[in-house]
Design a protein around this ligand. Sequence first.
Ligand SMILES: [Mn+2]
Length: 463
Amino acid sequence: MMQAVLQEAVRLLRTHREGKISLVSHLDADGIAAASILSKALDREGIHHTVTCMKLDQIPDVEPADLILFSDLGSGQLNHLSHLDHCAKIILDHHPPLEYSVHNAVHVNPNLSGYDGSSEISGAGISYLFARALDRENADLAPLAIVGACGDMQDFGRLSGLNREILEDAHSTGLLEYGDDLLLYGRYTRPLFKSLQYFSDPFVPGITGNEFGCKQLLETLNIGKKDVQWVTLSDLSFQEKKILASELVKRSIHHAPPDLGRYIPQMIIGESYSLTHEELSSPLKDCNEFATCLNACGRRGRFEVGIEVAKGNRGIYYDMLVTLLQEHRASIACALENMSNTPVRRISGLQVIDGSGIPDTIVGTCTQMLLGQNGIDTYAPLMAYTPSDRDPDVYKISARCSRLLLYRNIHMGKAMRNAAREAGGEGGGHAPACGAYIPAGHLDEFVQHFAGLLSLQLGQPHG
Ligand SMILES: [Mn+2]
């Protein structure tokens, strides 16, 4: 089904190959991975092009070209493309499409072909399928599609659907390996106690956010150090990982709501994805960390650095990426510090925090990290708002929840989309992570709607 429309997109590209071509992608990890795949594929065809990554609210500013390829955005913004009616367009997106007809466009979206774009394939994945339709040789770009899927948190449990097919492509090129492991962040790059300290979904009592507790546990279990040096998760033996995993499972099951306890093990042990050709201590080795690096480039306003590195250009670009990652982490740490005394309001089951101290580019990440801190309940959704960079009369909204709540069939992205529309804004996203832009005067109305819709999803009384 999707093959036909992919072929149509390939033909459209070939007809315009001598014209002015621009790539427009989303300014997040998935979007930057998507742009990297497309840019590399066009380079290989000898097709000149420009690349821009942007936030969704910048789409009305997209400049005309003979052909514009949109990746990881577009489907939800079909109503904002009318100024580009005269340009040929290829839209490669996995977000829910608007029912809106666009002129002069080939629209590739898995949701239109019976797939679930929220879990089965990312924007980078669709872009990869396009690149592969262009030339089978582009199969070596499959690892970047996995990075994009990780960036969009589609690796929950394990990659499935079209992502699974792409994973097999990536594996068969020998560029990626996967297998079960503890789902700790910093597998190759962080001392084990740090990986534990930052592990927050599910919340592990005495471990999450507790450096001393992490060191103490590792000492008790007699793992985590080689001679006097801290090791990383990847240095542990299978047996050591098993001991550590069962301790984490035991502790978090005690803390989790009874109906969710049985899902805890699969949150702690699951599939991890590593790139075989990256150096062992590189933040590009693990696909999830690679995604963080791309995200950091985007958030720091330097998406082109992420694209160069993803396309395989290292050296100076790699050094810049590492610096951007450090700056990104420092700005998050600073914002979290500013937020440490901010009170949290409860509206039905929704926790709401005024995030005015947080730059709008990292409000999502900060919201994620606030779960389980400062008395914020890990097992209830958290929403933060902050003035948008672009327009102080508009609020940028971000919401996050534990992925355990997905087992109660929460889908915050859908609730966000509907509540935003009701309040005269725009929003949407994934089940455990989403965002919106809301006119300042409609914030309270939006929060009420959003809280109400979440209560309905969770089957709780609202009011
Ligand atoms: Mn995406």
